[in-house]
Design a protein around this ligand. Sequence first.
Ligand SMILES: NC(=O)c1ccc[n+]([C@@H]2O[C@H](COP(=O)([O-])OP(=O)(O)OC[C@H]3O[C@@H](n4cnc5c(N)ncnc54)[C@H](OP(=O)(O)O)[C@@H]3O)[C@@H](O)[C@H]2O)c1
Length: 263
Amino acid sequence: MKVFITGASSGIGAAITAEYTKRYGNKHITLGLVARRSGHLQQLKTTLEKFPQITCSIYPLDVRDQAALASAAEQFIQQHGVPDVVIACAGVSRGTLTEHQEDIAAFQAVMDINVMGLVHTFQPFISAMRAIGHGQLVGIASVAGIRGLPGAGAYSASKAAAISYLESLRVEMAVSNIAVTTIAPGYIRTPMTDVNTYKMPFLMDANVAASKFVRAIEQKRRFVVIPWQMGWVARLMRFIPPFLWDFALKKAPYKPRLNWDWL
Ligand SMILES: NC(=O)c1ccc[n+]([C@@H]2O[C@H](COP(=O)([O-])OP(=O)(O)OC[C@H]3O[C@@H](n4cnc5c(N)ncnc54)[C@H](OP(=O)(O)O)[C@@H]3O)[C@@H](O)[C@H]2O)c1
């Protein structure tokens, strides 16, 4: 089993990595791990390679850097072969408000990381997967992409774009026997949600979520919301008319506009 995953240094990406090693670790598993924090990746590699059946290559890079991802993909393929699964999990979320001029840079960064990051991650693997006649591309979207959440315009827009992009890709890839899976998580307990001060319905532990994500990947689900309770919320969100949406969200809490040092 060969898995290439971005956003592996924290939260959902780290939990998915751990889940794969748990599921496949008694056979042999090769992991390609991407994130910006090289220290976190190095630590993960050291821990994982204590197990002889795990091979791990790390690629400290920013998913906005298309050339860096292309080079990481080429290195992975040369060293280990074409991955069975490529998971684009890297993402950021911050509160944004259009009226603040200083938030424009945040809008740009969120779109670049959460949308272009997916394209940069998948693009260098497609021809190699086509050549061997199979493969799977997985994108981590969000329930926040189903309707616009106030205070999170950049994040909601980026995840709406991710959902549509992944749907286009899924149809395009079907003729080449490359599966595309969109996972739209609800609230998962990670550093991303730790900053939220409001109540998060159906909040799920990252390790529990990761086992459900990997099961959905193995089943080659096209689109899945996890946890399932959020799946029903998502269905409702899709269908309620705009006036009811506005009324329901009038008093919704906003994601904090914090920490701009990540840009
Ligand atoms: N937690 C939730 O409730 C929830 C719900 C719906 C969707 N999601 C989505 O799930 C994904 C993972 O989120 P999380 O909750 O696990 O958050 P997290 O703990 O903050 O992890 C985010 C990961 O993305 C990486 N990353 C961020 N920007 C990057 C960049 N420019 N280049 C490379 N890597 C980058 C981070 O690594 P470095 O900082 O080391 O680069 C980290 O590994 C995101 O796409 C998020 O939108 C999360």
